[in-house]
Design a protein around this ligand. Structure first.
Ligand SMILES: Cc1cc2nc3c(=O)[nH]c(=O)nc-3n(C[C@H](O)[C@H](O)[C@H](O)COP(=O)(O)O)c2cc1C
Length: 341
């Protein structure tokens, strides 16, 4: 089944075999991971914020290009308000263009001010948002595609907290550009469902974190394998920066502070939530501390294996789902093809 050629707006946009995007992963999405995605027939995004020094980012882009051997790859530029000053963001985009990168995944804030520059350089923009209303805005400023992540997602689900199943079907009537959905996606059957609802692809984070090519410590990866969909916590709603992360000592402490003091500030929480603590957890494998983004698709995280194997299983699961649809509902399929039942 998996040899059947597949083509739609997302595979054509990125030049991939499958309409699956491996979204940016802070600290984790490096050249090895992104190149593994490229070889597996999908597209991954190097996470620019993980390489704060311009020289380091440039070197990583070059390493990625070499490893991809002509295959597609992109750079994620997360523009969380306040945390990343505008000047630095412009510098990052300039570097990306200078290096001839063809695709960016933007998130955190609208890339409107950078669109003319990116368009002129021929860079294709996938903007990732946590709600359909932001996707509508993104479409109006000329991005090439949008990814809408739902409440289930690892990382930042936004404030609306609408689920991915609703987003997938709702966006179809709201958007006239290709859209992907993400949040809780870890099986090919979900990709098949998203496609039937009108999406052109899916964006995946949590499911891919246990890939062998991810450099993080095995103790952390095996914790993700053991964990299930109820092992995440939502924190930082009180500072309007909600994150879904693996439940641990830090999430308990943060939730406790937020419950006690609704006026808590991000600065108050910083000693617990600083990104460096998360990075240390990836290095040492001690997952008990730090906000370690992870979503409800932990349900599907069942072993540590090469990314290509995860993608292969994803793909065969997608075909199985479509076969199930054809076999169990053949009347519908014939009707859809215009064949009289
Ligand atoms: C460990 C981890 C780190 C992430 N870091 C980023 C990031 O730096 N920038 C970004 O735009 N998205 C980031 N995300 C979000 C993913 O790119 C993707 O949108 C999300 O994980 C999809 O939901 P899922 O986790 O349910 O698959 C991260 C997700 C995870 C799990």
């Amino acid at each position: 089944m998996s040899q059947i050629a597949f083509s739609n707006a997302v595979t054509e946009l990125f030049g991939t075999r499958l309409p699956i995007v491996a979204g940016g992963l802070m600290w984790l999405a490096d050249a090895d991971y992104v190149a593994a995605a490229s070889r597996a027939g999908i597209i991954g995004f190097l996470t620019a914020a993980s390489f704060p020094e311009p020289r380091a980012l440039r070197d990583e882009i070059r390493r990625c290009r070499d490893l991809c051997e002509g295959g597609p790859f992109g750079v994620n530029v997360s523009m969380l308000p306040k945390l990343v000053p505008g000047e630095k963001t412009r510098e990052v985009f300039e570097l990306i263009v200078d290096e001839g990168v063809r695709f960016v995944e933007t998130s955190g804030r609208n890339p409107q001010e950078f669109m003319p520059f990116l368009k002129q350089a021929g860079v294709k923009v996938l903007h990732k948002v946590p709600a359909v209303r932001f996707a509508i805005k993104a479409a109006s400023i000329g991005v090439d595609a949008v990814a809408i992540v739902g409440a289930e997602c690892g990382g930042h689900p936004g404030l609306d907290m609408v689920g991915s199943f609703v987003n997938a079907a709702w966006a179809e009537s709201q958007l006239d550009i290709p859209y992907l959905v993400g949040g809780g996606i870890g099986r090919g059957s979900q990709l098949a469902a998203a496609l039937t609802m009108g999406a052109s692809g899916v964006v995946v984070g949590t499911r891919f974190v246990v890939a062998e090519e991810i450099w993080a410590h095995d103790d952390y990866k095996y914790r993700l394998v053991d964990a299930g969909p109820t092992d995440t916590d939502l924190c930082m709603q009180s500072v309007r920066n909600t994150v879904r992360t693996l439940r641990n000592e830090t999430t308990a402490a943060v939730k406790e502070i937020e419950a006690r003091n609704p006026n808590v500030t991000i600065q108050d929480l910083m000693p617990l939530v600083a990104g460096k603590i998360g990075r240390d957890a990836y290095v040492t494998g001690d997952w008990s501390k730090g906000l370690l983004a992870a979503g409800q698709s932990l349900a599907f995280v069942d072993r540590v294996e090469p990314l290509a194997d995860i993608v292969r299983r994803f793909e065969s699961d997608m075909w199985q789902a479509l076969t199930r649809l054809a076999n169990n509902c053949s009347g519908f399929v014939d009707a859809a093809r215009g064949v009289p039942a």
